[in-house]
Design a protein around this ligand. Structure first.
Ligand code: SAH
Length: 446
């Protein structure tokens, strides 16, 4: 081919970027979330003089679009000219009628439209999508990402100019996730182009993220093109992982942590490692290959743990050094504390505790809880790799939470590195919400 996580019963699963619920943005913009669809909120005019359905913004509500932020919130809409259906391309105009963008309309979402293009002469058609998709593939080629293995995020939604569209590659299988009405409308076209450009043996659709409901779209999970091989595998920095594209979390695997897993692997030699929220064994396998003395891995999903053990076998890793525990991490950490267990390196990579800023307070308590316990379980000089993939928790807030956890645990700790998602998950400068994954590597005083 060209170049191109099962939900926890107790906590929401991590987002795909396209499915990230960024509606905290509404709050930041000091808008109230619309109680109803914008179609009802905004008067609809007919007899559109421009000949195409268009959304006219309220006066002074064009600012975020002028900064090229690709979302139009319902509260910014003055009226809708014409009768667009969800997914249709509409022109976005300011209060004076000046063209701002072409965007995909969604009647059912608080995000009334997501921008396809800022150029009036552009036509949003198959050639347009072909160009955008080819650009995303070329960007990854240029970055030399294929040398790390055969798993990659090929299309990262808004950041690749394709709002709502996620495409992940696992060897010769592509998994696509349509998170909003725009890509839903162009579903067939997108699949056709992916087939043309990437020649996969299968394009599988995992449009069953939580975000779809908020967009008024039904869940969909199934084959779009080709045949799904019995076993899908991805090789990452020389480690093989079986991927359950049909029932696994997200599109089946957490590609975003690739580089961070590799970094962890370089620091595990001779160490006792604890990997919390281990899913299919990502960090654990790197730790085992890196020469860890022992690796205890915890997850609440039995299916994920089974696949993790299969993955460890697949790589010929020493099973005697690995312990797999099906448990709630919050409880398991307390038990380990009570047993006075100690580790040299701990990974905390929980699911999205705060999908939006509205959940930030509750999520902050959860992050503080696990990190406080993590600090207590570390030996002097030990390392904590701690992550948040919550759209509703900023980098600053995350660091403050961790500082509070260290203080309460009674340890002095230094940040030795700040981590983010791998470069196949780029962040468009005008779309800072794309930077959902943040990580800190902390060393506690020796
Ligand atoms: N680090 C992993 C990805 C972690 S995703 C990797 O590199 O692939 C988050 C994981 O947390 C999921 O596997 C989910 O099953 C698990 N999970 C969610 N809530 C949990 C809880 N309360 N206790 C234990 N595991 C939990």
């Amino acid at each position: 081919m060209t170049n191109p996580k099962q939900k926890s019963h107790s906590t929401p699963h991590r987002p795909s970027q396209g499915g990230i619920d960024f509606r905290n943005r509404v709050k930041r913009d000091k808008q109230k979330p619309a109680a109803s669809a914008p179609k009802a909120a905004a008067p609809v005019r007919t007899g559109n003089p421009m000949g195409r359905p268009c959304i006219v913004l309220k006066a002074e509500r064009d600012k975020s679009l002028l900064r090229r932020h690709p979302w139009v919130f319902s509260g910014a809409v003055e009226c809708i000219d014409g009768k667009p259906a969800s997914g249709d391309t509409v022109a976005i105009r300011d209060a004076d009628g000046k063209f701002l963008a072409w965007a995909a309309y969604n009647a059912a979402s608080q995000i009334t439209a997501r921008v396809w293009s800022w150029i009036e002469a552009d036509v949003v058609d198959k050639a347009f999508f072909r160009n955008r998709i080819a650009n995303a593939l070329a960007a990854r080629r240029t970055l030399g990402l294929e040398s790390n293995g055969n798993g990659m995020r090929l299309i990262h939604g808004e950041s690749d100019g394709l709002p709502g569209l996620i495409v992940d590659q696992y060897g010769n299988v592509l998994v696509m996730q349509l998170g909003s009405a725009g890509p839903e409308h162009w579903r067939e076209t997108i699949a056709e182009i992916l087939q043309e450009l990437c020649s996969p043996v299968c394009i599988y659709e995992r449009s069953d993220s939580d975000g779809r409901e908020l967009e008024g779209l039904p869940a969909r999970n199934g084959i779009v093109r080709g045949t799904l091989p019995e076993k899908v595998e991805v090789a990452e920095n020389g480690i093989r992982f079986g991927v359950d594209v049909a029932a696994g979390q997200k599109t089946g695997f957490y590609l975003d942590q690739r580089d961070n897993r590799a970094l962890t692997g370089t620091l595990t030699d001779g160490r006792d490692v604890l990997n919390c929220f281990c899913y299919t064994g990502g960090f654990s396998l790197y730790a085992l290959r890196g020469g860890a003395k022992s690796v205890l891995s915890i997850d609440s999903s039995q299916e994920a743990l089974q696949l993790a053990q299969t993955n460890a076998d697949l790589n010929g890793l020493d099973a005697s050094k690995a312990e797999w525990q099906c448990a709630d991490v919050f409880e398991a950490l307390r038990k380990l504390r009570d047993q006075n267990r100690k580790f040299d390196l701990i990974v905390l990579d929980p699911p999205k505790f705060a999908p939006t800023a509205a959940f930030a307070e509750k999520a902050s308590r959860a992050y503080k809880d696990i990190n406080l316990l993590g600090f207590k379980l570390l030996r002097p000089g030990g390392l904590l790799f701690t992550y948040s993939c919550s759209g509703g928790i900023s980098d600053d807030l995350f660091q403050k939470i961790i500082a509070g956890a260290a203080l309460d645990a009674g340890v002095d700790a230094q940040i030795v590195k700040k981590l983010h998602a791998a470069p196949d998950h780029p962040v468009l400068l005008s779309f800072p919400e794309g930077a959902y994954l943040k990580g800190l590597v902390l060393r506690v005083a020796g």
